[in-house]
Design a protein around this ligand. Structure first.
Ligand code: ZN
Ligand code: ZN
Length: 247
């Protein structure tokens, strides 16, 4: 097996443009499996691509929008009823992660959320310029201009000497150039083409900075309908659901 594999489980935006699933990326190395973001469609994505739902050791959340966290209640239920889990599940995210995740669980399945889970969930907070070591991976967070600060993060994840950078959902920030430098893989959101916002990236903005990123491989994701409609004009690689990258 390759030292590190990245499964692109969901490469669409909140609107599932083009029928794509919502944000979810499974990073696997010898020491563990990390699910990066957990969109509402995560269970369907895992099963469509023959990945065991129980393989996940840690879930790392970039921010609390539904297309990044709403899959968690379904995973909680899966681990109660379908793939009974005994080993702990680690969930890492911005400040307040435990409260937000449990709020979503209670809102969607009040009856199940009222009972103690049959497995331990360990919540860990991370913030800008902080780092954690989990399952043989080093996770470093940086601020992303998206949701109200400090609640939206991008990540540098280093596993087996490979560096993966994930923009999260983000407006333009020079920090992206700094963090993407020397990355083996830069997973960069690209929600729009014509529309320009301070809280998401558009393709022209990415194109004008493409040579500055310095990553060995850049893959665009979180693709919205403007981007999909004009895909012939896009130079870098575009992710698709089911893409697997070995590093
Ligand atoms: Zn968002
Ligand atoms: Zn999003």
């Amino acid at each position: 097996m390759d030292p590190v594999r990245v499964h692109f489980l969901g490469t669409g935006d909140a609107f599932s443009a083009g029928g794509r699933s919502q944000a979810a990326y499974l990073i696997q190395c010898a020491q563990g499996s990390l699910l990066l973001d957990c969109g509402a469609s995560v269970l369907a994505s895992l099963k469509r691509h023959d990945l065991a739902s129980g393989c996940i050791d840690t879930i790392l959340l970039s921010h609390f929008h539904g297309d990044h966290i709403a899959g968690l209640p379904f995973l909680f239920l899966e681990y109660i009823y379908v793939e009974p889990r005994r080993r702990p599940l680690k969930i890492v995210g911005p400040e307040g992660v435990e409260n937000r995740v449990m709020q979503v669980f209670r809102a969607m399945y009040a009856d199940s959320a009222a009972e103690p889970l049959p497995y331990h969930v360990e919540f860990m907070e991370i913030g800008p310029r902080r780092e954690l070591f989990i399952d043989g991976m080093r996770i470093r967070a940086f601020q992303a201009p998206h949701d109200e600060p400090p609640l939206s993060l991008g990540y540098e994840i280093t596993a087996e000497g490979r560096k993966i950078v994930y923009s999260g959902d983000t407006g333009w920030s020079e920090d992206l150039v700094v963090h993407a430098r020397d990355a083996d893989l830069f997973i960069c959101e690209c929600s729009f083409f014509e529309t320009r916002m301070d809280t998401h990236l558009d393709y022209p903005r990415i194109a004008e900075n493409l040579k500055r990123f310095g990553a060995k491989r850049i893959v665009l994701t979180h693709l919205g309908q403007e981007v999909l409609r004009r895909r012939d004009e896009i130079e870098p690689e575009m992710a698709h659901d089911g893409l697997v990258i070995a590093l």
